[in-house]
Design a protein around this ligand. Structure first.
Ligand code: SUG
Length: 472
């Protein structure tokens, strides 16, 4: 009896060790969320992005914006997920203002730009780097031939204010993933519309689990060279086929880890300016609208055929008669994050606009009860970002990492309870609670913002990532 009990106890202990060991050795998907910068504002800069145009004259609240983002990060951390922080960029971009002919000391540059072209100045003040889904495309090591994690910053050349981001993004990524044995950083693609690249907003990875080889889905809006392929008629297609192909080459992707699909051009014309406004994937689940892809049924079959995982691929296709394109765009249902929890289930991290939209809310309830891995939803107030067209998924860059790779990441960019408290305190001390058109004329905003970032680089141990020198 005693012996039997002892052997049972040993067996149980062994299982426990295996579970703990198995868990700690598991590869993870880490979300690196963009911290909203101190100059967050609404300037109507993104033609084709309905929310950005609709809110062009609104006042912004940068402090509320950064705290809303931090609350989402903290909630993910509290769920046991590893959560990263991606620093904002230095704004206004004084270098580009000088390059555009504004001269004198910093204050004179600001005054002259405000007088000559206030919208141009606002573009140089934009905090758009907060949407880190657009920061880069990342291919995890199981998908690449050399077994390294590859990063390519997006050139974002479709919008002037966003085209200012790639060089700083690359410096930030190098400061976060600073180890050549695991991480390879590529220069962004040529700054030209032919190679329009919007990063992970048009890239989803399907896999059995984050540590296994996956199928990287690249979704392009149009081809620059092949005029046979359809194009949207009204709004721009920001991601080109040629850019996606270049990323596949640069990242040394296994042939079986890549698939290229065209977004439905009709929905781009209805405000779906990135694929992540109409589809989201996580592990073996792809949640997409019925009108997401060109020739949708063929596209879905191609995905099923290309999927190499051993689990059943679960495609949740949301019909138009349940969620219209206009509801998808206004609620940002598909810009929810889908995250895997420890118990094997998935959580939908949705903007509160989904809860307020009765059709979308009803669909979410139905989806959660249906036979698929998504069985929970949590809504977040991200209104400050949403008003510029940035939902939960826009705010995060996904990086799947094994434990060795994770231990090579700069530890100061990983959220802890302490880091959260420090960041909230930092934001409350440094951020304003209201910004409107005339505030950009006052150079005090520039000095406050640069001062805030100086403090932040120390908090996140980033070194000198910002390419600026003040000239007072
Ligand atoms: O590029 N909005 C961003 C929103 C990016 C959303 N990202 C993803 N879907 N992944 C954009 O259009 C608006 C700025 C302004 O109008 O002030 C802006 O840049």
């Amino acid at each position: 009896m005693t012996i039997r009990f002892a052997s049972a106890a040993i067996a149980l202990y062994g299982c426990y060790i295996l579970i703990i060991f198995g868990k700690s050795m598991r590869a993870l998907e880490v979300n690196f969320d963009g911290l909203v910068g101190p100059t967050h504002n609404y300037a109507g800069l993104s033609y084709g992005n309905v929310a950005s145009l609709n809110n062009a004259t609104s006042f912004s609240n940068p402090q509320e914006a950064v705290l809303q983002g931090l609350e989402k990060m903290k909630a993910m951390h509290d769920k046991g997920l590893t959560q990263g922080v991606f620093a904002p960029h230095a704004r206004p971009d004084l270098n580009v203002l000088r390059r555009l002919g504004f001269t004198g000391n910093d204050a004179q540059v600001i005054h002259k730009a405000f007088k000559a072209d206030p919208i141009l100045l606002r573009a140089c003040y934009s905090a758009s780097a907060m949407w880190t889904a657009n920061a880069a495309t990342v291919s995890p090591s199981p998908d690449t031939l050399d077994g390294k994690v590859h990063f390519t910053s997006a050139n974002l050349n479709n919008k002037f204010h966003r085209s200012l981001e790639p060089a700083t993004t690359t410096r930030l990524l190098k400061a976060m993933f600073n180890n050549d044995s695991y991480f390879t950083h590529h220069t962004h693609l040529p700054d030209q519309g032919f190679f329009g690249d919007e990063g992970a907003a048009n890239h989803t990875r399907l896999c059995d689990s984050h540590g296994e080889q996956g199928l990287e889905m690249f979704v392009f809006g149009a081809s620059a060279f092949n005029s046979q392929l359809p194009k949207p008629a009204k709004f721009p297609a920001r991601q080109t086929l040629e850019a996606s192909e270049a990323i596949c080459r640069l990242h040394n992707l296994k042939e079986s880890s890549q698939i290229l699909l065209q977004q439905n051009p009709d929905v781009i014309d209805q405000g779906v300016f990135h694929n992540d406004v109409i589809a989201v994937g996580n592990e073996n689940v792809l949640l997409c609208h019925q009108q997401a892809f060109l020739n949708q049924q063929d596209a879905l079959q191609e995905i099923r055929d290309a999927y190499t995982g051993s689990k059943q691929l679960c495609i949740i296709e949301v019909p138009t008669d349940k969620v219209s394109i206009s509801d998808a765009v206004s609620s940002y249902l598909f810009n929810s994050q889908l995250v895997s929890l420890d118990d094997g289930s998935m959580l939908l991290v949705a903007p509160q606009e989904c809860q307020r939209n009765s059709a979308v809310n009803a669909y979410i309830e139905e989806m959660i009860l249906a036979d698929n891995p998504v069985n929970q939803v949590q809504f977040f107030d991200l209104r400050q970002s949403m008003q510029n067209g940035g939902g939960p998924a826009c705010l995060r860059l996904r990086v799947a990492l094994n434990q060795q790779e994770l231990s090579a990441v700069n530890p100061e960019v990983i959220l802890t309870d302490t880091k959260y408290t420090q960041l909230c305190d930092w934001a409350k001390r440094n951020y304003r609670d209201k910004l409107g058109a005339n505030d950009f004329a006052d150079p005090a905003l520039l000095y406050e913002s640069y001062q805030a970032l100086d403090e932040l680089t120390q908090l996140l141990n980033l070194g000198s990532v910002y390419d600026f020198q003040l000239a007072r």
